[in-house]
Design a protein around this ligand. Structure first.
Ligand SMILES: Cc1cc2nc3c(=O)[nH]c(=O)nc-3n(C[C@H](O)[C@H](O)[C@H](O)COP(=O)(O)OP(=O)(O)OC[C@H]3O[C@@H](n4cnc5c(N)ncnc54)[C@H](O)[C@@H]3O)c2cc1C
Length: 387
């Protein structure tokens, strides 16, 4: 997405894949301590066998390492429920540029002794230190999971459905994802996945996770009756068994794959105020006209995270010049972020100024110089050359 782990010039590649041991697990608190090279999916299996879940889940789980997840501050599908890694990571062990091993690998929920140094390394994309071990808090595994897939007549209704969802489902709401009609057409055309509800301009996936199947089903039914009755939805379906839940999630999770089969893809991952989130998709669609095959919007609506994707026959500088800097300027105009969850890496480092003021950029540069004076850690990434 942003080339964060791609060597470009003279870099040395460091692999942590042999550092794949779980070091400890506390089955009362759910605190997991493991080495940085553990694959996320394997950690998920490990904690699920003990009645817990990982606080994060994402499409790359079969190959990504927990160290990479922390280094990129990965968000993913459980963000709405369990919050960010900035809250669930309890401690880190990090090797600094001069070889010092910084052992902050505690499993404490509370530690108010001065600066919270681990936060510096979360989301630093490997530019401040090499994470070698992670301690994080795993929540108990939900006993009951339901997924509802819903059609909405417009984006205003998507937002109203989200509001109603939070009011009526409260603590059991664990995901609220959205996709537009063009996304659904693309997963149908390229992956042969069938739309489970009546064709609609927008679709929403709502997941609930709780401790009592009966209680959760009652809440979900009341929510669906209310939203269907008040015209917020065109149609809806609910899944409670694992196979159908997976099927409904696939419609959302496989959009990226469908887009890549459609042609060259221009990708943007933005944080925006909810009320304006889809306006950008409409503006880009109008701006590009027939210059694009598809302009689609989907994402983690509950987190204010829009994935704006444009497909075209092939890469063209004319399309790119129409998109950029327009997309970034529009986002900055809303005080949004030009990178919600995929970081800056190599490709987006020069966009930092759209989301951070000069004073913040300077402080970031000073921190980099302090921790890595020779610039040997993931060089050429994150910070613009001139910052
Ligand atoms: C199919 C797919 C779906 C995805 N969905 C989401 C999503 O929903 N939400 C989301 O937030 N992200 C998503 N991502 C991005 C994902 O968060 C990152 O790809 C992943 O977290 C990176 O982990 P990795 O082990 O692959 O790291 P790599 O790709 O190897 O590295 C990523 C960056 O982290 C640094 N790094 C890696 N390991 C360490 C370490 N031990 N110490 C210090 N720095 C390190 C690297 O230098 C590089 O800058 C998705 C990616 C894919 C491929």
């Amino acid at each position: 997405m942003v080339g964060g782990s791609v060597p470009v010039f003279d870099e040395i590649i460091l692999s942590t894949s042999l550092m794949d041991q779980v070091l400890s697990f506390q089955d009362v608190s759910g605190a997991l301590v493991c080495q940085a090279g553990c694959v996320l999916e394997r950690l998920s299996q490990f904690v699920e066998e003990r009645g817990f879940v990982m606080p994060l889940d994402l499409g790359a789980k079969g190959s990504c390492h927990i160290g990479g997840n922390v280094a990129t501050h990965a968000g993913g599908l459980r963000f709405l429920r369990y919050g960010s890694l900035r809250g669930t990571v309890l401690g880190l062990e990090v090797v600094l540029a001069d070889g010092t091993v910084l052992n902050c690998l505690t499993s404490l929920r509370k530690d108010n002794t001065g600066y919270d140094l681990k936060q510096l390394f979360i989301g630093s994309e490997g530019t401040l230190g090499v994470i070698t071990a992670v301690s994080l808090l795993c929540p108990p595994k939900p006993q009951a999971v339901n997924v509802a897939f819903l059609g909405c007549p417009g984006f205003a209704e998507v937002l109203q459905t989200f509001r109603t969802c939070r009011e009526m489902l409260g603590e059991i709401l664990s995901a609220f994802e959205f996709m537009d009609a063009e996304c659904m057409q693309l997963v149908g055309r390229h992956l042969h996945l069938a739309c489970p509800v009546r064709e609609s301009p927008f679709y929403v996936l709502v997941e609930t996770s709780g401790s009592s199947a009966g209680h959760d089903a009652e809440k979900l039914t009341a929510f669906l009756e209310h939203t269907l009755g008040s015209g917020l939805l065109t149609d809806g379906t609910v899944a409670t068994d694992e196979r159908r839940i997976k099927m409904l999630w696939a419609l959302r999770e496989r959009i990226t794959e469908a887009l890549s089969r459609d042609g060259y893809v221009y990708k943007y991952d933005l944080s925006l105020p909810l009320e304006r989130l889809y306006d950008l998709v409409s503006a880009v669609r109008a701006r590009l006209g027939p210059g694009a095959r598809h302009v689609v919007g989907y994402g983690h609506l509950g987190d204010g995270n829009l994935h704006l994707n444009v497909t075209a026959d092939a890469f063209s500088t004319a399309v790119l010049d129409t998109l950029e800097p327009f997309v970034y300027e529009w986002t900055a105009g809303q005080r949004g972020s030009v990178s919600a969850e995929h970081g800056l890496g190599f490709k987006k480092k020069d966009m930092l100024g759209y989301s951070k003021p000069p004073e913040a950029q300077l402080l970031m540069r000073q921190l980099k110089v302090l921790l890595d004076p020779k610039g040997i850690l993931n060089p050429y990434k994150v910070l613009p050359a001139h910052a």
